[in-house]
Design a protein around this ligand. Sequence first.
Ligand SMILES: Cc1cc2nc3c(=O)[nH]c(=O)nc-3n(C[C@H](O)[C@H](O)[C@H](O)COP(=O)(O)OP(=O)(O)OC[C@H]3O[C@@H](n4cnc5c(N)ncnc54)[C@H](O)[C@@H]3O)c2cc1C
Length: 409
Amino acid sequence: MEDIHSVIIVGAGQAGGRAAKAVRAAGYSGRVVLIGEEEHLPYERPALSKAVLLDPAAQAPSVLTGADCAALDLDMRAGRAVAAIDRAAREVVLADGERLGWDRLLLATGSRVRPLAIDGVPPQSIMTLRTLDDARLLRERLAAGSDIAVVGGGFIGLEVAASAAKLGCRVTVVEAADRLLPRLGCPEASAMVLAHHRRAGIDIRLATTVKHGDGQALELSDGSSVPATVIVAGIGVSPDTALAEAAGLECDDGIIVDEYGRTSDPAIFAAGDVTRHRHPLLCRHIRLESWQNANVQAEAAGRSMVGVPTVSAEIPWLWSDQGDLNLQVAGAPERVDTVVMRGDPDGEGGITLFQFQDGQLVGGVTVNRGKDMPMIRRMLALPTLQLDPQALADPDTPLRRLLPARETA
Ligand SMILES: Cc1cc2nc3c(=O)[nH]c(=O)nc-3n(C[C@H](O)[C@H](O)[C@H](O)COP(=O)(O)OP(=O)(O)OC[C@H]3O[C@@H](n4cnc5c(N)ncnc54)[C@H](O)[C@@H]3O)c2cc1C
């Protein structure tokens, strides 16, 4: 293997920060430059829609502190954007024209929020939430009694709505689908989420889109109108593949990487939201937008790029906290033909959903029943495991008993 003297990481978010730690932990002692567009050192985003909105004193957990950067001898360039990758010269070109050379490059450019256009509303009046600066700006607008309209009832939209309601705002969520979070694959779970938010006083409009706005209200597709002095768009994100595409790397709804995080150029790696990676247990490429993936994939790619080949192979898992509601999702089902429910959707103990495809467990969801999630993740890691639907549905049967004896020893 060629000598590696210089590693550059583009994108100083969660995956970029984790990868920088991983290259050092793998024993690499050469130059590491971490370049990030944001003015902040790498931090974790999940708190942005939760604690950071609710509490002005709350901080987003940091991935790398200034002390870490010094201790790990990282050349941290915050507030600097990379404008291009010159693969022939093995250099990145910064927006100010500076060129930096690399032997190994890692792209961790994350996602960008999908922009929403509303007739009658200037684009700059539609708020989005991706960065710490976005969260601080939004928090200033969430005064008790103000009228907030959240467009999009996905995870982030519902988290923002729940936080705004807790702060005493009047909140409306406008969702185009006919139920919340249809990807949960179970109408009962969607109904539980809907009932929870309605109980918290959030006005949720399903199967509805926004037609027009005037700064005070939004006119909806069903002819009604809702008060909206603050509009937040939560209609999803797209992988930020601009640099990779311009450099001619293989991309298809994400930078295509293998289980080591290697792109179509063996000297260039990628990790986090921006990738579509080959998952060794699922045996196909998937794109994940999650805290877990930003950690484990960055760890694998960081180690692999400095000569310690490491596979990223954890069962996909994410969580969403929406007020008092905790949702956890494991697996990455392509198709679900059968759902087995454990727990009573009208009871206190929450529910767990086991998702099957052709008799095989392919996913699991817990709604206020996180205690079942560790077992679901273990079950999903055993692709040939045969499970009895009746036992799964019976809350008195411990899930541990359904694993093979060698797994519980
Ligand atoms: C509000 C919010 C709440 C979330 N809550 C949860 C949750 O509860 N559970 C969960 O599992 N996941 C959650 N997530 C998702 C999780 O935070 C992301 O999956 C994770 O941050 C992805 O990390 P990343 O490093 O790939 O991308 P990012 O964290 O987006 O980092 C990418 C960085 O690259 C920088 N960059 C991009 N282009 C360039 C360039 N050309 N030059 C220099 N820098 C560049 C960007 O500015 C950014 O700082 C949440 C995300 C958000 C936004």
